[in-house]
Design a protein around this ligand. Structure first.
Ligand SMILES: [Zn+2]
Length: 412
């Protein structure tokens, strides 16, 4: 009996059943009575629309997760990775190039297979609720840009990783770790200067009362930013948001144009204050350190499973390879990464409460963040009553009603 086979199949089955259960519980916990707190941003009609949005999303997830579960099982039982591997090996290149071709082939195939689902999600479900603003041409041009970036940035990193594990023996995991550390830090400026502008237009926030209010706040809490910009998020979706990026002196705030349309100046300042809180309370910095530590540990454990015959037997492979090891190890490791994911989302929810408190404390107006959260939730047709198990396992942010009641308790 191959113990790796048992672990990988059990992990797939467990993950599938658990996610199915959570979605079912989530739909059952939808409460038809509008919570009192939201009576000013929702009417009965819009509230029931938000509930059908949740239901439609969950039903759709049932379909996609069943499909991907069956696909994973077929790949294992029919030895499909080996067919891809033999095809790639047929070109007669070295191991690093084989690896790049192998990953490239898997990426293109998986994109083609999942294309109908992704089209349905954007152009049927999201469109039904008025969220999708994307044209088909934006959708496909985005895909092409994604391929371009994978080839330009992803391929060299993967090639180096493969080269390290081919050449440096027992110390390879250390080199790989160093590479990922450099990559993580280099990605921040790369994202700001090169990647984000490929997908969206950024314009400096215009002079006016909002800019004045934001600048005064940032000055008060001593948080200099290099750029304060508006992003044309409405090109793709009417979901609204704001995000911070960059580190040190190169911090940058991007506000979705849709956020500016729907929120008052005070509300926007309270959202920015929340994001500033994440930096001031060192959530961002700790997050980067934690994820680097996790990467190091994962690479070390992985190095013990490189070209492990028993692991390759699970996938009916004829040849051992480093690139195969990366994929197969990640499947073997998935129960551990699942548990780590739960821990990270717990920490993230805790951080959200702390950033909310920071916003309330430094603006002196918790009610601004409360009304902002309510509008955001209503505009995004967010689920007000998620099942606790769903929150525990999947939520990076606490349910909005919990955040509001915590903010209200700060006031008194
Ligand atoms: Zn946050």
């Amino acid at each position: 009996m191959n113990i790796f086979f048992v672990i990988i199949i059990s992990a797939l089955v467990l993950d599938y059943c658990l996610s199915f259960l959570v979605r079912a519980l989530n739909v059952r916990s939808l409460d038809p009575n509008l919570p009192e707190e939201f009576s000013d941003v929702y009417d009965e009609n819009k509230y029931s629309k938000s509930q059908s949005y949740t239901k439609d999303k969950e039903s759709f997830s049932h379909v996609t997760s069943t499909f991907s579960f069956l696909l994973s099982l077929s790949i294992i039982f029919f030895g499909l990775y080996d067919i891809a591997d033999q095809f790639v090996r047929g070109f007669g290149y070295g191991e690093v190039v084989n690896g790049l071709l192998f990953f490239g082939l898997l990426m293109v195939l998986s994109d083609i297979i999942t294309l109908p689902f992704s089209l349905y999600n954007n152009f049927v479900i999201e469109k039904r609720y008025g969220f999708n603003k994307m044209t088909l041409s934006t959708f496909f041009v985005d895909k092409l840009k994604g391929y371009f970036l994978s080839a330009l940035i992803g391929a060299p990193v993967v090639a180096l990783l493969l080269y390290f594990f081919e050449s440096f023996g027992e110390l390879a995991w250390l080199y790989a770790w160093g590479l990922m550390a450099v990559f993580t830090l280099a990605m921040q400026p790369l994202f700001n200067l090169f990647i984000a502008p490929m997908f969206n237009k950024f314009t400096p926030l215009e002079e006016g009362p909002l800019l004045t209010k934001i600048s005064e706040y940032l000055k008060k809490v001593d948080f200099p930013v290099a750029k304060l910009e508006v992003m044309d998020g409405s090109k793709r979706t009417s979901h609204s948001n704001a995000y911070f990026s960059g580190l040190g002196k190169n911090k940058r705030i991007a506000l979705f144009d849709t956020l500016l349309e729907s929120q008052s100046d005070d509300e926007i300042v309270s959202v920015i204050a929340h994001e500033v809180g994440h930096y001031k309370l060192k959530h961002i910095q700790k997050g980067i350190v934690a994820s680097l530590a996790q990467t190091g540990v994962t690479f070390f454990i992985m190095s013990l499973f490189i070209k492990n015959q028993m692991l390759f037997d699970v996938f009916k492979m004829q040849d051992l390879s480093v690139y195969g090891s990366l994929i197969f190890f990640s499947m073997l490791y998935s129960p551990i990464s699942m548990v780590l994911g739960f821990v990270f989302s717990y920490i993230s929810r805790k951080n959200e409460f702390e950033a909310d408190k920071y916003s309330a404390d430094t603006t002196g107006h918790p009610e601004h963040l409360v009304s902002s959260l309510k509008k955001l939730s209503a505009d995004n047709l967010g689920n007000l009553t998620p099942h606790w198990l769903n929150v525990l396992l999947n939520y990076s942010h606490p349910p909005v009603l919990d955040r509001i009641s915590t903010l209200r308790s700060l006031k008194s």
